[in-house]
Ligand binder design. Sequence first.
Ligand SMILES: [Zn+2]
Length: 682
Amino acid sequence: MSKVRTNSVQSIIGVILQNMPSDAAITKIEYEGPMIAIYTKNPRYLLENNAIISGIVKSIKKRIVVRTDESIRKSEEDARKIIMRMMPKEVGIVGTFFDTALGEVTVEVKKPWILTQIEEGEEDEEVDDRERDEASSEVGIPDTGVGAHAQTQAHMQKQKQIQALIIDLIDSTGWKVRIRKASHITSESMKQVNYAKKLFANERYRLLRSVGESIFRPRLFESTEATLMTLGGFSEVGRSCMLLMTRESKILLDCGINPGASDPINAFPRLDILGFDLEELDAIVISHAHLDHTGFLPLLFKHGYRGPVYCTDPTLPLMTLIQMDMIKVAAGEGELPLYTERDVREVIKHTITLPYKTVTDIAPDIKLVFSNAGHILGSATVHLHIGNGDHNIVYTGDLKYGRSQLFDSASWNYPRVETLIIESTYGAKEDVMPSREEVESNFVSSINKVLMEGGKVLIPVPAVGRAQEILMVIDHHMKAGNMVEAPVFIEGMISEASAIHVAHPEYLTRELRQRILEVDDNPFTSEYFTTVEHSSQREEALREGPTIIMATSGMLEGGPVIEYFKGIAKDPRNKILFVSYQVNGTLGRRVLDGSRQVSLMSRDGKIEVIDIMAQVEKIEGFSGHSDYNQLMAYVNKLKPKLRRVIVNHGERRKVENLASSIYRIFKVPAAAPMVREAIRLY
Ligand SMILES: [Zn+2]
């Protein structure tokens, strides 16, 4: 066996060396997770002659990344000085982060538009042509980010100049240079991610090599057989988790908890039924950052998983934010948290981020492509090619097939898809949302009624996704004069998530991206907004007079919203306004279903009874999920390719309805499995 392995690595190295002129000054060729890293003492040569790398990528069908040899890297201090000297002053450098495991430096700048189009070396990654076609045929798919407007001659000229600047920077510092837009406030979660990356740099370097060894181990079977085991989030919402097994590999898709369940058997994915060790897993793939998709992940590391986690770039800080918050919320309620910060840092250490639309090997017989799911920042549909691409599985994760203020509609144009796993949060026939205009006008008039009477509006929101959408809607309508002007108080975690949005504009709609990157019109820093940093400021928000308050958690399950809830609930002039899905069993759901009295456990363990005199309302249609019609329209788009559909992520009745509608209308077999089923896919 080991002989075969050596041969396969050697054949890759052979092809690379054969095609490499001696000017390239190659020092070593190694695995770096799913990529092949080519180290050079002469990065300028390979960057200026990028056709060499493209040629090799075509022939070996693997992603390649060019790395600088350690011997040419200047000290961080010297490199920083060089960058400060060489970059135009007006660009406003806010900070630099040196990732020593990769030899990469990220430069955060205030005004990236001064440098428009700064990405370099994109050709060095394998991109399936068919996937690429998809990218260009759909309007608004994020491209490289900065300066994605029409390719005028002047623009091309400018791009060339910037390309040259980047190459000069790499040449002078010996570090790969990346430019990123600095947020209006520093994101603590992004700092935590960087801290862990720095702390574990040596370990990460070694880890990436061993992950590569495992991915490119020789294949033993030429089979497209696959089995799906449902571990959570089937015929229910919460604890999304499933295992995909081929004869060759085992991949876990999502790993969440159910925030509405208290007993472990219903709150956590049923990994106990697997009958094998976590070490046997090849990879964990995360569709998006929400708790019901990532909340259990640190526990896997606590229990000994040491393999890779794949997600998109913004998903990493967002899930770190959500996981760290879960620890805080548990501590605040006097409960023992499920895991510690150490476990969350293990997740960061093992995470490999991938951009949308890039084909990546994650196991000997499985390739992965993420595409925009339209649900929250960085949310992805997961496209898995099994075997030689003969069996293609698309898992939608949470899906918004429709445009929102923040994101483009979900991608659908997959070259092939035989098996579709689709969510059905709104899978019932009656789950049809009003038009976007109607939704916003309902929202505005609902808030106006309360503010004009001098009341307060409390909007419980999940920190990530809906919160940013609602902020933009409020800002827009107050500015336009449609909504009564009033102070908007936002709890810190929401502002933190907004900062992560600003740092990843390439994942937002083209319009927003341009506002942030090209005209410095950051919609998250409106003059109406006040961020509540300390609990003492909460009193200010609750003082007499009309205000809007936005706080987490979105389902009234702990978090600062509870403090506001207590203050708001007793006055009939006030309103509790829900804008997101309320899971069964949560306090939010009970309030929404009409409870007029609820009991809460206070910090010192006493039971507190709260009478709800305030108005309660839910505005439908802001959801980051597709409604029934959008789900059906999505399946309709894929219909010609499909052999089977598996429906998940919905209450039993909704899942069953969507599955039967799909079968009845499209004549595609559709299943609505429960948790703990094994489904043969091929
Ligand atoms: Zn979600």
